[in-house]
Structure formats: structure tokens, C-alpha cells
Write a protein that binds this ligand. Structure first.
Ligand code: KG4
Length: 343
């Protein structure tokens, strides 16, 4: 490759129930194609075996479409970046094996990406070369998804320190489970978000954790929600139907309050006012509003990702791969997937 050649990275994400592929050229996104798996809705949660089967069906057409949309031939690719973990092992295996096969056939390097690091670096995805609103280092990132709730101190593209994290359930998991208890669909996050917009956030109070430092806990809130609901249903069997908006708004308000309190403390102690949010729960309207409010009240410079980059997507894997490519940080063919780890 001569110095003037462009760098094309194909990113592949298959850690949970979204099969996604994206192409980035010199740090600018050309395509980001995602196939979601509706099959899990009937079960109220992701069924690992069904997820890996669906990835098997989706991976070839999704990668084909991503390349087609980008107008890029396989032979132009400089490297393939893939999610190595954390995630569901069977799901990860599909993406990892596909990436290995394609990289080997093209004779190009492979780049392993930590899914959580990808979520944080989603803030550096450029839809066009002139995009400027991006964080500078150091910044804090609240990473909130179905599997994680962390406060990450980001010192560089690769130097990230988890300064606080949940000791039990993740924020998204708590919302999803409470939504399930109310008999709502899956995933509960977007449903609770929609209902909460019409409800009173102060209608009901649920228990809040008292955990030291910047760590979180959401299992107590989940239990408190369940027990309160059980009591209210004794008095009125249609309680949920009559009060679903207020229940959703109060639950959402409590989760956001817990998240923002620790984040505020971390920002104050570490004297960092650039604050970002990432992960599936960052799609939440109330959380986005809370960030806007904190920007005004505490002088934060905030970074909120586009909706398409909040939930699992390959664009964040491709951009992380791009930064690693610049440092020639490649991985060997025999590298296995991993299911659990933090950034
Ligand atoms: O990052 P993500 O796509 O997957 C991982 O967990 O890795 O996050 C999924 C989570 C689910 O818990 C889902 O309910 C939640 O993000 N979510 C939301 C919203 N959209 C997705 N939670 C609250 N409000 C939303 N609008």
C-alpha cells in the first residue's frame, strides 16, 4: 500500500441479537447495515441459540449490503474489524469466524474490538469529513446498555478506565425487567420511554441504592418496583392499565436520577466537564433531556450519539478498528472470542 492509499475498514458486530456490518473510509462512514432479530420478541428476551442461528442467516447478506451501499469491492478493504466480546458466545462466534474467513481469503489484517470500547468510540463516527462536534481527551462517558452501566474515564482512544459500574443489574436490564413485569413487550426500553412521555415522573417512589463511590446498583429498584406493583394490584387488578404512563415515568425518572447523581459526582471530583453518553439506553428521551439540563446547569459540554449509533451497530466497531489500524494494532488469526470483560 502506498502512503496516499485510502484506508477502508469493514466492521462486523454480532455480540447479541443484531447482525451488523459497516464500511469506513479514512475515518468517514460509508455504510452501516443492521439486521435485527424479531424472533426474540415472543420470548421476552434474547434466546442465545436462536440469536446465533439468525446471525448465521444474516451475516452474508448484511456484509454484502454494507459493501454495496459503500460502493466498495472486497479487494479494496484494508482490514476487517470485528467484535471479539463481551457478548453471547454463540453470537460472537459467527462474526469472529466470518471475519477470520474473509480476512484470510483476502490476505488482509484482522482487528479485534472490545464491544464496550466501541460504544464509547461511537462518538468519533463521522458521517461526513467536516463533522466537528466530537469530544477531546479526557472525557467521561456514561455507558448504559442492556448488559452494562459504567462510568468510563476516557484518556485516549485506547486508554479507558472504568471508574464506576453496576454491582448487579444494568440500567437497561432493570427497565426491561420492570416492563416485562407490567406485561409490556420486549425490549421494554423504547416502550417505557414512549409511555413515560405521557406520565407523571413523581407519581410513585421506588427504593434507591446507597452504594459507595461511583458504582451503581439496580436490582433493589427492580425488586421495589415488583413488590409495589404486587401490592397495588391487590387493590385494583387493572392497576397497570390505569396507571401505566405514571408507572413508566416514575421508573424512568428513578433510573435517570440514580445514573446522573453518580455521574455528577464523578465529573465534580475528576474535574472533567466533557461528558458523553453511550449504549442502548442513551436513546432514552428522559436521559437525553437530563444531559441537556446538566449542560445548562453545570456547564458540561455534552456528547449524545445519533439514535442509529446508540444500540449495537458495526459503525462503532469499524471506527474503533480504524484507530487501531492507524497504530498497526492487529490480532492473530487464532484469537478466540470472549464472553465477559470490562473496558
Ligand atoms: O446497547 P444495546 O443495544 O445492547 C446491549 O445491551 O449491548 O442496549 C439495549 C438496551 C435494552 O435494555 C433496551 O431496552 C435499551 O437499551 N433501550 C432503551 C431505549 N432504547 C433501547 N432504554 C430506554 N429508552 C430507550 N429509548
Amino acid at each position: 500500500m502506498c502512503l496516499m492509499d485510502s484506508i477502508y475498514i469493514l466492521g462486523i458486530e454480532s455480540s447479541c441479537d443484531d447482525t451488523s456490518a459497516a464500511v469506513i473510509k479514512d475515518g468517514v462512514l460509508l455504510s452501516n447495515v443492521t439486521a435485527s432479530q424479531a424472533v426474540h420478541e415472543a420470548y421476552g428476551g434474547v434466546v442465545p441459540e436462536l440469536a446465533s442461528r439468525a446471525h448465521q442467516q444474516n451475516i452474508v447478506p448484511v456484509v454484502d449490503q454494507a459493501l454495496k451501499k459503500a460502493g466498495v469491492e472486497r479487494e479494496q478493504l484494508s482490514a476487517i474489524a470485528f467484535t471479539r466480546g463481551p457478548g453471547l458466545m454463540g453470537s460472537l462466534h459467527v462474526g469472529v469466524s466470518f471475519a477470520k474467513g474473509l480476512a484470510a481469503s483476502l490476505g488482509i489484517p484482522m482487528i479485534d474490538v472490545n464491544h464496550l470500547q466501541g460504544h464509547v468510540l461511537a462518538h468519533f463516527i463521522k458521517d461526513n469529513p467536516d463533522e466537528v462536534h466530537q469530544p477531546t481527551f479526557p472525557f467521561l462517558c456514561l455507558l448504559v446498555s442492556g448488559g452494562n452501566s459504567q462510568i468510563v474515564l476516557v484518556r485516549s482512544y485506547k486508554d479507558m478506565q472504568v471508574v464506576g459500574q453496576t454491582i448487579d443489574d444494568a440500567a437497561g436490564e432493570c427497565i426491561d425487567k420492570c416492563s416485562k413485569v407490567m406485561g409490556m413487550g420486549y425490549p421494554g426500553g423504547p416502550i417505557i420511554d414512549r409511555l413515560a412521555r405521557q406520565g407523571n415522573p413523581k407519581a410513585y417512589q421506588f427504593s434507591r441504592p446507597s452504594i459507595k463511590g461511583y458504582d451503581y446498583s439496580f436490582s433493589g429498584l427492580k425488586t421495589s418496583f415488583l413488590y409495589s406493583l404486587r401490592d397495588w394490584l391487590k387493590g385494583d387488578p387493572d392497576f397497570i392499565e390505569h396507571h401505566k404512563e405514571d408507572l413508566a415515568a416514575s421508573l424512568e425518572y428513578t433510573v435517570i436520577d440514580i445514573l446522573m447523581k453518580k455521574l455528577r459526582q464523578a465529573s465534580k471530583d475528576l474535574k472533567i466537564k466533557q461528558v458523553a453518553v453511550a449504549g442502548g439506553v442513551s436513546a432514552n428521551t428522559g436521559l437525553r433531556n437530563a444531559f441537556q439540563d446538566h449542560a445548562k446547569r453545570y456547564g458540561w459540554t455534552i456528547f449524545i450519539p445519533k439514535f442509529s449509533y446508540t444500540t449495537d451497530n458495526a459503525a462503532m466497531i469499524a471506527i474503533t478498528g480504524y484507530f487501531k489500524y492507524l497504530e498497526k494494532d492487529f490480532c492473530p488469526m487464532e484469537l478466540p472470542a470472549f464472553s465477559r470483560v470490562t473496558v
